[in-house]
Ligand binder design. Sequence first.
Ligand code: ASP
Ligand code: MG
Length: 445
Amino acid sequence: MHKKIIVNKFGGGILTKDLIPVIKKRIKEQTTRGYQSIAVVSAMPKMTDYILLFLNNLKENYSAEIIKTFISDIFSKHEQIINDLILDIDLQKKTKLELLKNLENLEKDLNNKKNISNDLEDKVVAYGEKLSAIILTHYLNASGIQAQKILAEEIPIITDNNFKNANIVYQVSEVNINKKLSKIDDVVVISGFTGKTITGEITTLGRGGTDTTACFVGTALKAEKIILWKDVGGVLSADPKIVPEAETIPIISYLEAEESGKIIHDKAIQYVKMFKTPIEIASISDPKKNTKVGLIKKQEKGAKIVSLKKDLSLLLITDENIKVNDLLLMVSEIFIKYKVEITLISNTRYSLQLVANNSNGQLDKVYEELKGKVNKIEMVNASMVFLVGWFHAKDVSNFNDLLVKLKTDLLISAFYYENCYRMEAVIRTDNINKVVKAIYKKFIK
Ligand code: ASP
Ligand code: MG
């Protein structure tokens, strides 16, 4: 008979020499209780960034020399952790050999294709997850836990060919994973963040995509639960660096998790929400600190999380000669052209207010291009503060009142809508932390 399954996601942030032994402990606890434990892993800390940076440099300066250095850097970064964790010399050698074999293939891939296209980029980036899956599997085996590695591409998890941000083709992949795991009772280590198109090319699921793999795997296998392990105590009511007394929230709904934006990857939450898979966010070093995400029988009104987005820009665009619809169309085309993310839009008859995230550094180009096209445009620095929970209309006006009282420059106030799970306002202030503290005190504490 088949065991009940727990799917674990171990992100790059906790794949360190101090925390991998704790990961093993958590897996051991699950197998001891009779579960089949599945570990979905990301690449080692900062590895994806490192690989992407290398590929960008390679675009400008392609040479076999650079590729060689990169391969040996990747090897030594992983070698260090193998030396730290796997003490048995034979097993250590075996792990390194497998690593080297993969890196040989990687080097071939890179030397074969001189133009770095999105599909090559995904193939190369996917090695990050491949290598960490190899190491974790060997480490578990070296620690007496029977484990086997199955790469996403071996399952295979099938995706569309939207390279760098591919989507899992659910039905086929669901069949594939159930088939692949039907005769396995051991611990299984699966490489996250990656998949394969129907024609066999490797894809990645978008940054932070290991959540997506874990939520897909857990849902497709009808797991007892999915646990996203973190180095913090589950979901906190505020950033503890700003609000030291912030606490772990015991339970939140799928909707609240979705609204909070950063708890579970957007793509990932769709699976668990749709199939109501129980999911938990837990602290790797102290699992009692956890937040359950799921159905809440009797949802209560009130605020649960205060959060903020800093370093945004507000663009105020006014042009009495252009209808707001046309204005919006023109403006969005320019934003799309420069791939700048719009966080919020509001409008009056002849004006538009857009809050933009300048994370790709292209906002100035958007601004310059717009300047030549509209009557009046102004750009100011801004932050967004938001509360997640379930709100009455009067909560929203209290929220706006508080922001005015705190003398923030309230640029866009929060508004009420039916089933309001999130209220957000755009403000300009030098002291955003003070604002967050005050909101916490009034609405959460
Ligand atoms: N390693 C990938 C990234 O950094 C996937 C993940 O971490 O979930 O985006
Ligand atoms: Mg990562």
